[in-house]
Design a protein around this ligand. Structure first.
Ligand code: A2R
Length: 314
């Protein structure tokens, strides 16, 4: 199998390259000019907004599977730069789909990577969320990803293209940006251990329950969906077992090598926090046999070790 990963310089891209290569796939990747792909594979520069450059690249590589990861993926940036977010996530996706419609190879499978955020303001009692739950996005990023999924369904139906849509719930692991909760807690602990900050942590709302999956499990799901996912179908990718943020904090603190106190930070409290977000993951299990295998404790331990090493080397 030959894969092309569009947008491979981000958090998930490096893990996906490693996963596919270790399963024997041939992998090519793209990144923006000036970005760097950490894993070893042929890399091409591509801005998905430069629409005329996509067809020649895909024709050159002639992949069996295209993974479309390129995105403006930050919720907070999406509030500040809504046009840019829509441009990259919606117009950019249309550019990719139009290119795929016009390339020489007609049997390419495409995975469009969306987000659990698409469900948004979920109704009471809706969890675990099945893929047929109505979408009610609560922010601009989520709206663009819901739109991406709808475009995927439309292109699959109208042009008989082989497209699989993914709604990935929270994923985490070593090297994730510390704006995400597990990475944030682990970095704060590693900094406190190293004495570069006081032995005190700032936290937001700890009672919300969220579903976390290790990024290494997530990319394994993407590999399996690349082969066994049903064309035109949307898949939740998640553990299917939400935990409180308090549980994550307690677990991370239990690995700390120093006594650390916890302080509530009003700036980290989100006004519209939904108490529980949890996917139903039976569809992906039935179609591919995938389920999350790496424990949350392992993810937290590995992320903490990552930050310890980063701080040591800084
Ligand atoms: O925004 P940057 O400079 O970090 O670059 C991101 C890149 N990207 C683009 N690539 C090609 N053409 C563009 N016009 C363009 N704009 C941004 O896509 C970044 O290197 C990559 C996406 O990686 P991350 O933001 O780290 O996302 P992550 O965590 O790897 O998630 C992969 C996918 C995304 O579509 C998420 O929205 C979804 O999974 O959950």
């Amino acid at each position: 199998m030959r894969a092309l990963i569009i947008g491979a310089a981000g958090f998930v891209g490096g893990y996906l390259i490693r996963e596919l290569r270790s399963a024997g796939w041939e992998v090519c990747a793209t990144c923006l000019p000036g970005e760097r792909v950490t894993e070893d594979c042929p890399v091409h520069t591509l801005d998905i907004l430069a629409k005329d450059s996509i067809v020649p690249l895909i024709d050159e590589i002639s992949p069996d599977v295209v993974y479309h990861l390129a995105a403006q993926s930050s919720v907070s940036v999406s509030w500040k730069k809504p046009q840019l977010t829509a441009e990259i996530n919606v117009v950019g996706t249309i550019n990719v789909l139009e290119a795929l419609r016009n390339v020489q190879k007609k049997d390419i499978r495409t995975l469009l990577i969306g987000s659990g955020e698409e469900y948004g303001f979920i109704r009471e009692g809706a969890c675990p969320l099945t893929e047929s739950e109505p979408l009610s996005p609560g922010n601009i990023y989520a709206a663009t990803k819901a739109c991406q999924g709808m475009l995927g369904e439309i292109y699959a139906r109208a042009y008989k293209m082989d497209i699989v849509m993914v709604r990935a719930f929270n994923h985490s692991g070593p090297a994730q940006a510390p704006i995400f909760v597990i990475s944030d807690f682990c970095r704060q602990i590693a900094e406190a251990e190293a004495g570069v900050r006081p032995a005190e942590m700032s936290v937001g709302n700890l009672s919300a329950k969220r579903d976390f999956t290790d990024v290494r499990d997530v990319v394994r799901a993407y590999r399996l969906l690349g082969g066994k996912g049903v064309s035109g179908r949307t898949y939740n990718v998640g553990r299917g077992k939400a935990v409180t943020i308090q549980y994550i904090l307690d677990t991370a603190l239990s690995f700390a090598e120093k006594e650390i106190t916890v302080k509530n930070d009003p700036a980290r409290m989100r006004a519209s926090d939904i108490p529980l977000i949890e996917p139903d993951v039976s569809r992906i299990f039935e179609d591919t046999g995938w389920r999350a295998e790496i424990s949350m404790e392992q993810t937290i331990r590995d992320t903490l070790d990552y930050w310890r090493a980063e701080i040591r080397e800084a």
